[in-house]
Design a protein. Sequence first.
Length: 312
Amino acid sequence: MGATPAAGEQADPHVDLSKVRLRVATYKGGDATLLKTAGLADTPYAIDWSEFQSGNAMVEAMNGGSLDIASGSEIPPIFARLQNAQVRVIAVYKDDVNNQVVLVPKGSTVRSIAELKGKRVGYLRATTTHYYLLRMLEEAGLSFNDIQATSLAPRDGFAAFNAGSLDAWAIYGYNVPLAISQAGARVLKNANGYLSGNYLYYGHPSVLADAQRRAASADLLVRLQRACAWFGQHQDAYAKVLSAELRVPEEAIRSLYRNQSQPCRVTGVTAADIASEQQVADTFARAAVIDRHVDVAPLWTDTFNAALARGA
């Protein structure tokens, strides 16, 4: 696990960050909305938010030099490591896995993962859906070769699912209540027991090397940490905001919150977190999803651990 010479640095009130501009990725209804709703968006530096549908798209953009900070699951950095991409893991947020599921359409007779053999199944390559679908299939004695698997971005997957072009859809987040409320979808199985619940914040190496952007990033991570704590106490209020933004019924969002596998919290990097991602990488290597063993440890940095420990 690497660290810069200024490991543990956090935003110093005496450091002028007024000329700093961070390029940060968010999901629809994600960090940008959470910070604003929690009253934590008034940063002493500028943030250019860009909306993405998946963590792997964020990693691609970061490697291309157009993002400083992003977030997603344990999966995208593994593929980034294969390509020596310019991505580091800078923090962890523990969050729900019950909102990561395999859905089947209204009226489907499928009642088990084993019954997906030969069926049309949507998922998104290099995301959590790729990993937990693989593990669920293996548990049922199947592999990706036994299904008609199609990698689809969430928006495209939703359209295909609604059009009847998929027999099942591995998907996550607010697409789940949206599909249930709008299309009558049914949860076939959720990812509890298959996913660790570790989601990651990614940073471009140039951010770690620049003192001012590093300080601004530390401040942003602490704000996100506090926003998670705020969310834990204001879920109904946040559900109302997201309902309007996502056009999903409030009750559908509240149902996700009621069924959370664990509360949201942002933490520094630990050896256990690195080991968790290594387990995912090893699983992909055994299943030949990736063509070689990947050592994930060089991806990780504890640069912001001290800042997050003080902010907790």
